[in-house]
Design a protein around this ligand. Structure first.
Ligand code: ARG
Length: 400
């Protein structure tokens, strides 16, 4: 390490990972994340085909065995997506063709298009991410609840416009943060209400003449129901992604505001609170430095989320009804957004649970000139029964 001699505790791998960003990391192919979902969708689709008598039981057994083999390989990190084969769906099918022959593997894609297939894969991926955000949020909300009650009685200056305003308490601040995140959590629940639906059966968007069962595939994949309209999830591809991105971006806006407040309150000039060394990084030249990198990274991630949300908003906004290739890019945008933002919840929970509040300094700050003047004025209004405006003007002259 180029720094750390002045640190009581060094940041752990999770913190370093968070602050180093993408400097020395790279990402796997985007479709690699879809592979487990694609296998599941293939399993259920082929079971539906067999159930409907579109393929035979023997064919089903072969297909399922082939898919199981891909799953094993994937779990061992041995199923590599071949770029020449376009995407995850074609990679899986080509592998099956090699493994069990085209006479059987060639039937897997009956009554289906990659359009409804990728929408189903993505919907499963999005649902999992939505749940991850909800779990992370719940933990953070709990940590804020603890801080709220711990510091309920701790006097602290309340700020407006970055200027001292009135005497308040730190519990109110933590409580405000908690409430905003509870609202964010509701937005994730609402997302689930709207989008827990299965796109399968739409095929290219306009259905199929095979007698399929959309109820069966929806149920087996764990969706509440199939989409009401088969064209809807295909022509509106990217909408669930955008809605999730919106929820995440608002949540990040809240985290960013928390981050900035903690940065300022922990400036040595304020010293209202201290960030433990393990959430800071040092300098390659200045021996005394302990920088609030985790919090700064959260602010950067908020900006990145905003940019990705904007791109998601634009893609598919002016297309002719039906599938459009533009929408493939929604996959990269939402996955980047998730990668960038999801770890913020754990890190923020850990950091908030270990900040050291300097109660003495906060108390001291409450004695600053003028900080009690609003309260005094209100007492005066109550005592004399004079109009508020008149008392305020008199007070203002005294504050000059
Ligand atoms: N990899 C493609 C995607 O993510 C699959 C859909 C391709 N569909 C098509 N009509 N070309 O969008």
């Amino acid at each position: 390490m180029m720094w750390g001699g002045n640190f009581k505790q060094m940041p752990d791998q999770q913190v370093l990972d968070f602050t180093s960003g993408w400097d020395v990391k790279s990402k796997p192919a985007y479709d690699e994340r879809l592979l487990p979902y694609d296998i599941k969708v293939n399993q259920v689709h082929s079971q539906m085909l067999a159930g409907q008598g579109i393929i035979t039981e023997t064919e089903l057994v072969k297909i399922l065995a082939g898919l199981e083999h891909i799953k094993q390989l994937h779990n061992q990190g041995k199923f590599k997506l071949v770029p020449g084969l376009e995407d995850v769906h074609t990679n899986v099918e080509s592998y099956l063709v090699k493994k069990i022959g085209v006479r059987i593997a060639g039937k897997l894609h009956t009554a289906r298009s990659r359009n409804d297939q990728v929408a189903a894969d993505m919907q499963l991926y999005l649902k999992d991410q939505c749940l991850e955000y909800a779990v992370g949020l719940k933990r953070l909300i709990k940590a804020l609840g603890v801080a709220q009650s711990t510091f309920k009685q701790a006097p602290a200056p309340g700020f407006t416009h970055h200027r001292l305003a009135v005497v308040s308490n730190l519990g109110l601040v933590f409580g405000a943060w908690k409430t905003s995140l509870q609202r964010d959590n509701q937005r994730f629940t609402h997302w689930m209400d709207l989008y827990d639906k299965c796109p399968l059966g739409g095929a290219a968007g306009y259905g199929t003449s095979f007698k399929i069962s959309r109820q069966y595939t929806a149920k087996r994949l764990g969706f509440k129901a199939p989409y009401e309209n088969i064209l809807d999830p295909i022509t509106n591809r990217g909408e669930p992604e955008t809605a999730l991105a919106f929820n995440v971006t608002i949540m990040m806006k809240h985290l960013s505001q928390i981050a900035q407040t903690l940065i300022i309150f922990s400036m040595p000039q304020f010293d209202y609170l201290r960030l433990p060394d393990q959430f800071c990084t040092g300098s390659s030249i200045m021996p005394h430095k302990k920088n609030p990198d985790v919090l700064e990274a959260i602010k950067a991630k908020t900006a990145v989320a905003n940019g990705l949300l904007n791109s998601l908003m634009m893609i598919n906004s002016s297309n002719l009804v039906g599938y459009n290739k533009d929408t493939q890019w929604t996959k990269y945008l939402i996955m980047d957004l998730v990668d960038e933002t999801l770890p913020s919840l754990t890190i923020m929970t850990r950091l908030l649970s270990s900040i050291i509040v300097n109660k003495q300094q906060l108390e001291q700050a409450c004695h600053a000139d003028d900080l009690n003047v609003t309260l005094m004025m209100e007492k005066e209004v109550k005592r004399t029964g004079q109009p508020f405006r008149r008392v305020k003007q008199a007070m203002e002259r005294r504050c000059k």
